[in-house]
Design a protein around this ligand. Structure first.
Ligand code: URA
Length: 185
């Protein structure tokens, strides 16, 4: 079983897909390795590419705000992405890029062993929960699979683009809090 530092080293020198040619830094997930909850977003943005750390840009600030609404802080959670390198011009990561990168997420999940997994946005929800997941209709719904509680919420960037979604996202984060309480996490 790989340790987090080993995974990070692999990601730093990874050439499994063409994003390695345009990235400044790969961006391994980060946070509490003993967290009961793991957030999965889609791919690092420009700021994350510059710094090599997930959710440090504007979407990260919105994410922190939502965490706070749920009485949580970054050091209590683990946050990662489906794809560890920034797709140029912030386009969606392709199916091939996602598939090339998914082993990292599998190892992260084995390492952290979260009880609750929260997908941030459509791309993560379609990869993790179901290929036909509709974020507008299905955000905030829960399913249990293989011992993990899974849900999806709007991506923080979607809230920056459309603030009318914020109240729904706050409610979903409060439901995440209730799930953690229910599971004594
Ligand atoms: N958006 C994402 O999906 N992930 C990040 O790490 C930052 C912005």
């Amino acid at each position: 079983m790989y340790q987090w530092e080993e995974l990070k080293k692999f990601a730093d020198s990874c050439t499994r897909c063409p994003l390695c040619r345009t990235r400044k830094h790969s961006v391994m997930g980060q946070g509490n390795l003993k967290a009961g909850i793991m957030f999965i977003a889609e791919a690092p943005g420009r700021k994350e590419d510059e710094q090599g750390v997930p959710f440090v840009g504007p979407a990260g600030q919105m994410f922190d705000r939502l965490l706070k609404e749920a009485g949580l802080e970054r050091n209590q959670v683990y946050i990662t992405n489906i794809v560890k390198c920034n797709p140029p011009f912030n386009r969606d990561p392709s199916e091939e890029e996602q598939s090339a990168c998914i082993p990292y997420l599998k190892y992260e999940t084995l390492l952290i062993r979260p009880k609750v997994i929260v997908c941030l946005g459509r791309i993560a929800a379609q990869r993790i929960i179901s290929p036909d997941f509709r974020i507008t209709r299905q955000h905030g719904l829960w399913t249990e699979r293989k011992g993990y509680w899974l849900t999806a919420v709007f991506h923080p960037s979607a809230l920056l683009r459309d603030p009318s979604k914020t109240e729904g996202a706050v409610q979903d984060f409060l439901a995440v809090r209730r799930k953690l309480d229910e599971l004594s996490l």
